[in-house]
Design a protein around this ligand. Structure first.
Ligand code: UD1
Length: 314
């Protein structure tokens, strides 16, 4: 940072990408965004778009990528079709965007002499191994097309580091939430769904018995880890969990949100979702060791900030 470098954020108009862009811009960095606006939204970057370069383009299009990587030092690769159930419904789209798109990006980065790629990997790669904390040295066991695709992306990152010397870091995100997460699609993240449903006075839907658990991670933690991953020499070629090491069931999440919002609405229980994982909790000791990462914002504080945002914006 602060070295007059050019940063590319793929998916920079999306939920997580736009937070990375905003932080870079606030630090006075030069930022380029590549986004096809398929799930990303112009309004996510509207407050700082005069300070970035925006390219409307798709990571499935190698030509658009060539333009996007030109002169770039560091890439934050957030562009993806992010939903587990969507990948079950549309496996071809998942594969094209998440496998081929990531491969294209790495190839273009290699050819353009990019220094480093920080890749948005997914904790879904672990699948169902045990109920304890997930550690990076466990054998992955993907349960959905999405999890496979995100895992292939990691393998490609590691191989591009080994074979071509392109520096890569894969951050396995655990259930990220926060302002700007789009609640409007059937594939939207559960916190965006619960908050907006409760604010409307409607009944939230819980798939399964609600005793499945997640390590819900506020987006500011993800931005911080990404920026650390762009710099850390020790992180090159590594796969690193990115969570806050806090187990929360969906039933607990819902009651916490009802407390914050001031509602007492009975949820609707529906059959479990195909490809769903039961428990997901991050061991974050590798992130601490390699990135100096410590969670900045815990669940409760993150939920309050998120509820505030939806109250004001949706
Ligand atoms: C999420 C991410 C995925 C990421 C992964 C990493 C989203 C949309 N997906 O997948 O990109 O790689 O974490 O851990 O953020 N549920 C309900 N009611 C709802 C919606 C969901 O009960 O209205 C349940 C789901 O069945 C699931 C849990 O909530 O058990 C979480 O679902 P979701 O937010 O979609 O995230 P993941 O599938 O865990």
């Amino acid at each position: 940072m602060g070295k007059n470098r050019l940063y590319l954020v793929t998916g920079g108009a999306g939920f997580i990408g736009s937070h990375i862009v905003e932080t870079l811009v606030n630090r006075g960095e030069k930022v380029r965004v590549l986004d096809n606006l398929m799930t990303g939204k112009h309004e996510n970057i509207a407050n700082f778009e005069d300070r970035i370069e925006f390219i409307l383009g798709d990571i499935r299009d190698f030509k658009a990528l060539g333009k996007a990587v030109d002169g770039v030092d560091t890439i934050f690769h957030e562009a993806a079709i992010p939903s587990v159930p969507r990948s079950v419904e549309e496996p071809q789209l998942n594969h094209d965007s998440n496998v081929n798109g990531t491969f294209n990006l790495l190839l273009a980065a290699r050819d353009a002499g990019v220094r480093r790629v920080v890749y948005a990997a997914s904790s879904s790669a672990y699948g169902e191994i045990g109920t304890g904390e997930k550690k990076e040295d466990q054998l992955p066991s993907p349960l959905s097309p999405y999890a496979v695709a995100k895992l292939v992306g990691e393998y490609y990152c590691q191989v591009f580091t080994r074979v071509y010397g392109l520096e890569t870091v894969s951050l396995r995100y655990f259930n990220v939430f926060g302002p700007r997460q789009d609640p409007s699609s059937p594939y939207s993240g559960v916190i965006s769904k619960f908050v907006t449903t409760l604010l409307n006075g409607d009944r939230p839907m819980i798939f399964g018995d609600g005793e499945q658990s997640r390590d819900f991670t506020y987006v500011a933690n993800v931005v911080d880890a990404n920026i650390r991953a762009a710099e850390s020499a020790d992180a090159v070629g590594e796969v690193i969990n990115l969570g806050v090491n806090q187990r929360t069931t969906l039933n607990q999440l819902l009651s916490e949100l009802q407390k914050i919002i001031g509602t007492n609405i009975t949820p609707q229980y529906e059959p479990p979702r195909a490809g769903d994982i039961r428990h997901s909790l991050a061991d974050i000791s590798r992130a601490e060791k390699l990135l100096g990462f410590k969670p900045l914002i815990g669940l409760e504080e993150g939920l309050k900030a998120t509820v505030d945002w939806y109250r004001r914006n949706v």
